[in-house]
Design a protein around this ligand. Structure first.
Ligand SMILES: [Zn+2]
Ligand SMILES: [Zn+2]
Length: 165
């Protein structure tokens, strides 16, 4: 049932995605009387080149050595704004492991999270989606969104823990 077995590596961005994200972010910033500065635009371009699921520190690292300098504070603040603007989704995989992901133009999916190497594996299950809807309906609940996370060991980590025993 999994559409994507392992898609932790970024695919080529769909054409026009960058422009779409920038327009969306620009419209959001306007509501806050903020401007789409060249630094904010640059941060979006960097994000588009990131692996599909990335941490704030991964993004900060991608700016290392770059001139003019983009401060860590600006990167963190912009990530927060991008999340607020719904350009990015924020996933909490345990306390110190927050990941960001561009969801624009992507279909809904859920995640498996390896607690050893932090690999993220995406999956989609029609069956599971339908089951969640049934559970909610039975409880008179009207779901707006959900995020399924399954924690454990990926195939490689599982194998390593078995052979080292
Ligand atoms: Zn692993
Ligand atoms: Zn994902």
């Amino acid at each position: 049932m999994s559409r994507k077995a392992d898609s932790s590596v970024a695919e080529k961005s769909a054409p026009g995605l960058s422009a779409r994200l920038i327009d969306k972010f620009d419209a959001f910033l306007a509501t806050k009387t903020l401007k789409l500065t060249s630094q904010r635009r640059e941060i979006i371009e960097k994000i588009l080149a990131m692996p599909r699921h990335f941490t704030a520190d991964d993004l900060v690292d991608s700016f290392v050595g770059q001139r003019p300098r983009v401060s860590k504070a600006t990167i963190y603040r912009t990530l927060g704004l991008l999340h607020e603007a719904a350009v990015l989704e924020e996933h909490n995989f345990g306390e110190a492991h927050k990941l960001y992901e561009i969801t624009e133009g992507r279909e809904h999916h859920d995640h498996l999270s390896c607690t050893r190497c932090h690999k993220i594996i995406e999956f989609f299950s029609e069956e599971m989606e339908a089951m969640q809807d049934r559970i909610a309906a039975k409880l008179g609940f009207h779901p707006t969104h959900h995020s399924q996370k399954i924690y454990g060991l990926c195939r490689e980590c599982w194998r390593e823990t078995q052979t080292k025993a």
